[in-house]
Design a protein around this ligand. Structure first.
Ligand code: ATP
Length: 301
C-alpha cells in the first residue's frame, strides 16, 4: 500500500514533558484519516511536526516516502496544505484577496484557479465582504481554500469543526468528502469527537498520551463495534426462544432485555412474542458503541 505519511517512533519533548512518546502512524494514499484523541493527547503536536512548524526530538516521519531528515522534505511538504489550530486569514481582506495573498506567498505565476477555489468552498458569492464579517464556518472554509492554494494532494486539518454550529459542521463535512472523492485529496483530520469523524473517515488512528494506541480502517472499526437493537420485553426466556427460532445472534442482558445483532422486522417479532405470551415493550437502535470502543481503548474519562 502507498502511504502519504508515516511516523516512525516519533518523540517530542517540552523540557522533561513528552508530548509525543514513540508515536507510529501510517496514512494511506486516498484516505480520510481521522486522528482521534482527547484533549492533550498530542494531536496538534504531531500535526505541527509534520507541517514543519517544529522539529521532532527523536524519530522521524516520511511524506510521500521522503524522510523528515532529508533535504527534499521541504519539496515534499509543498504537496501538502494545512489548517493548524485557527485558520491563518487576513480579517481585513475579502475571501478573494486572501487567496491572492496566499498565491503571492507561494510565488504562483498567476491568479488562475482562484474563482474555482472560491466556488469549491462555497464562498464565490462573498464579493467584497471582509473575512472579519464572516461566520466561523465561512472562516474555516476560507482557511481550507488557502490551504488548497498550490494544488496540494494532502490536506491536514486540525479540529476543523471546533466551535461550529450544526450547519457549519455539515458544510465542512461535505467539503472534505468532495475534496477527497472529486479531487483525490488525502485528508488527515484531528478531532476529539469520534461520532463526527465516523461520518467521513475511512481510517482511524487513536492517540493517547503521545502514543498511537490503535490504527484501523473504517470497516475494521465497524466490525469491532457492531450496531445492535436493544429489545425490552416482559419475559426474556420467551424472547430467547423466538430469537433462536429466527436464527439471529443475540445477548440476554437481564430478565427483560437483550441486544440483537441483526435487523429484525418489529411486527414479526411482536407477533412471535405474543404467541409465546410475551409482550414487546420497546426496541431501540444502539449506536454509542463507537464511543464505548474509544473509551475502552483510552481507558475512561
Ligand atoms: P487538544 O485537543 O486540547 O488540542 P492535543 O491532542 O492537540 O489536544 P497537544 O496540543 O498536542 O494536544 O498537546 C499535547 C501535550 O503537550 C499537552 O499536555 C500540552 O499541554 C503539551 N504542550 C503542547 N505544546 C507545548 C509547549 N509549547 N510547551 C509545553 N507543553 C506543550
Amino acid at each position: 500500500m502507498d502511504y502519504v505519511l508515516t511516523a516512525n517512533s516519533l518523540y517530542k519533548s517540552y523540557g522533561s514533558f513528552k508530548a509525543l512518546c514513540g508515536l507510529n502512524m501510517r496514512v494511506p494514499k486516498g484516505a480520510i484519516y481521522g486522528l482521534i484523541g482527547k484533549n492533550g493527547a498530542g494531536k496538534t503536536t504531531l500535526i505541527r511536526l509534520i507541517c514543519g512548524l517544529q522539529n521532532p526530538s527523536l524519530g522521524c516521519y516520511t511524506l510521500y516516502g521522503i524522510g523528515s531528515n532529508s533535504s527534499k522534505i521541504v519539496k515534499a511538504r509543498r504537496r501538502m496544505g494545512a489548517v493548524v489550530e485557527t485558520p491563518s486569514i487576513y480579517l481585513d481582506m475579502s475571501a478573494e484577496e486572501n487567496l491572492k495573498e496566499q498565491y503571492r506567498v507561494l510565488g504562483l505565476p498567476s491568479f488562475e484557479g482562484i474563482s474555482e477555489l472560491l466556488e469549491l468552498v462555497g464562498l464565490e458569492n462573498t464579493g467584497k465582504k471582509k473575512a472579519k464579517n464572516f461566520s466561523l464556518g465561512m472562516r474555516q472554509r476560507l482557511g481550507i481554500a488557502i490551504a488548497l492554494c498550490g494544488n496540494p494532494d494532502f490536506l491536514v486539518l486540525d479540529e476543523p469543526v471546533n466551535g461550529l454550529d450544526p450547519q457549519g459542521i455539515v458544510e465542512i463535512r461535505e467539503l472534505i468528502l468532495r475534496l477527497n472523492r472529486e479531487k483525490n485529496i488525502t485528508v488527515l483530520i484531528s478531532s476529539h469527537i469520534l461520532s463526527e469523524l465516523s461520518k467521513l473517515a475511512t481510517h482511524y488512528g487513536f492517540i493517547d498520551g503521545g502514543r498511537m494506541i490503535k490504527e484501523l480502517s473504517a470497516e475494521e472499526l465497524d466490525a469491532a463495534c457492531r450496531k445492535c437493537m436493544r429489545i425490552e420485553v416482559t419475559k426474556a426466556p420467551a424472547l430467547a426462544r423466538v430469537l433462536d427460532g429466527m436464527g439471529v445472534e443475540y445477548k440476554i442482558l437481564s430478565e427483560t432485555e437483550a441486544d440483537v445483532f441483526a435487523k429484525l422486522n418489529v411486527t414479526a417479532l411482536a407477533n412471535a412474542l405474543a404467541a409465546e405470551g410475551c409482550e414487546l415493550v420497546s426496541v431501540t437502535e444502539r449506536d454509542e458503541s463507537l464511543e464505548s470502543y474509544y473509551i475502552n481503548l483510552v481507558g475512561g474519562n
